[in-house]
Design a protein around this ligand. Structure first.
Ligand SMILES: Cc1ncc(CO)c(N)n1
Length: 221
């Protein structure tokens, strides 16, 4: 039995994948022990990630060769723009993150790296390249979220960040992305390896960044 294309991509990025999905951030989130300033710093950066992510979804939507795929991507974009975005607003209010902080906190290197790779993937006009970055982002989050200990932590700030990435619709969307990448990726295998591997490394750095910046970038308490 030959391995799926997406399994091959993940295997090639194995070290960074495991470091990200087993990151301290994930462990502390699942236990509900994460420091509020770490969670706040992460969410401020992730809200910016979401902006670039939506733009990349748009590129995939434009680039796909199938109507069914365009519909699926569009439905997901609706969920991200809707319920996921309101989570951020409620979490910022609960954590006491002001609009001033959200506006003025500098981009972390990982955030800037994600914005750059997403723009780069969109600029290739390759559906496969866009799919690689989207697949890493969603599959890796499903991976750690589905392993979170039960019962979930009591604060919605923690619990909802887990359930947003571990629910039947999200699971089905990851299966869709993988199926699409298995279908169109092999024709552009080298390009896919290039984007997939860098995106996994950025996921790891993105979690690292939540624990850095106890200086000028410090927010919260
Ligand atoms: C950095 C990052 N990767 C993946 C996801 C899942 O969409 C997210 N919200 N943030």
């Amino acid at each position: 039995m030959s391995a799926r294309f997406t399994d091959t991509l993940r295997e090639a990025a194995r070290d960074d994948w495991q470091a990200a999905s087993g990151h301290r951030f994930v462990t502390e989130l699942g236990a509900g022990t994460i420091a509020p300033r770490v969670m706040a710093r992460y969410l401020v950066q992730d809200h910016r990630f979401l902006d670039a992510f939506l733009a990349l979804l748009g590129a995939a939507m434009a680039g796909t060769d199938r109507f069914e795929a365009r519909l699926r991507l569009a439905r997901f974009a609706g969920a991200v723009a809707g319920e996921e975005n309101t989570y951020f607003e409620r979490a910022f209010a609960t954590l006491g993150v002001t609009s001033e902080t959200r506006r003025t906190a500098p981009d972390s290197d990982a955030t800037a790296g994600f914005q750059a790779i997403m723009r780069e993937a969109a600029a290739t006009r390759s559906y496969a390249a866009a799919l690689c970055v989207l697949t890493v982002a969603e599959w890796l989050y499903l991976d750690w979220a589905s392993k979170a200990p039960k019962p979930l932590p009591t604060s919605f700030v923690h619990a909802e960040w887990i359930t947003l990435h571990d629910n039947p619709d999200f699971r089905e969307f990851v299966a869709f992305l993988r199926g699409e990448l298995d279908r169109v990726g092999p024709a552009e295998a080298a390009l896919c390896q290039f984007f997939f591997g860098r995106a996994v490394a950025l996921e790891r750095r993105f979690f690292d960044a939540a624990y850095e910046g106890d200086g000028a970038a410090e927010i919260g308490r």
